[in-house]
Design a protein around this ligand. Structure first.
Ligand code: ZN
Length: 244
């Protein structure tokens, strides 16, 4: 375990995490609506394009309403995830891919907490590009066995989780299923034990959270709660435990 590697990865992911609140704010819209283009408080248009998306300005210039979650929170979450992944995986060729999906995960968790959605516009491109990026790594390292296992894990999990999302009455949605399939690729690369941990840990994390919310009276039995944060947090834990 190299402190230099852990520190570098934590700082890189933490820095990327600082840029996420504005992106999360733009994506946190009801299903089917385009990206948010104006401040929800006063209606003043937000700066368009990539510069507007990656702005570090935290409040609306006109009405001072906060735009998105606090950046220290997304920065700390992404930095922590980056450090943990570097400690667990070491200087592996695939480490940058795990770091990238961790930053994406923080963004997805922030959007899910804001509007109970895991947008296809973020998840589907990640699902499409992941096999290609891992194939580039496998071409260099010869880990084609790991690549094939990751593909199988992704496909099997995809079928199982989409089936679960189609069951009526559950709080588990189609967005959750697609993110589960994406994460299963990363679990599958590490081994079937990681796939199993990745499937179980989110539910174990979600149960005490739900019970605490129910006990505090803040939610009822019928409340729809976002599952994304538990899914992504449990996924991070699964990668760390499996790699160690
Ligand atoms: Zn405003």
């Amino acid at each position: 375990m190299s402190p230099l590697l852990i520190g570098t990865c934590a700082i890189a992911c933490g820095g990327a995490g600082l840029l996420l609140p504005r992106v999360a704010y733009r994506f946190a819209v009801p299903f089917g609506e385009p990206l948010r283009a104006a401040c929800a408080g006063c209606g003043v248009p937000l700066r368009p394009g990539v510069r507007g998306l990656l702005s570090v300005r935290l409040t609306c210039a006109a009405c001072a309403a906060r735009l998105g979650p606090p950046s220290w929170l997304t920065g700390v979450a992404a930095g922590l995830a980056g450090g943990l992944l570097a400690a667990a995986l070491g200087p592996a060729a695939v480490l940058p891919l795990y770091l990238a999906v961790a930053v994406l995960g923080v963004l997805l968790a922030a959007i899910d907490l804001a509007c109970r959605r895991l947008p296809d516009t973020l998840v589907l491109p990640a699902l499409a590009v992941t096999p290609v990026l891992f194939a580039i790594v496998a071409a260099g390292t010869g880990q084609w066995g790991d690549w094939l296992r990751a593909l199988l894990a992704c496909l099997v999990s995809g079928v199982v989780f989409v089936g679960m999302a189609l069951l009526p009455g559950g709080g588990y949605g189609m967005g959750d299923a697609k993110v589960s399939a994406l994460l299963s690729w990363y679990f599958g690369w590490l081994g079937w034990h990681a796939v199993l941990l990745g499937a179980l840990l989110p539910w174990l994390l979600n149960a005490p959270l739900l019970l605490a919310l129910l006990a505090s009276g803040r939610v009822g039995w019928k409340s729809q709660l976002p599952f994304g944060p538990a899914l992504l947090g449990g996924g991070l834990l699964a990668v760390c435990v499996a790699a160690w």
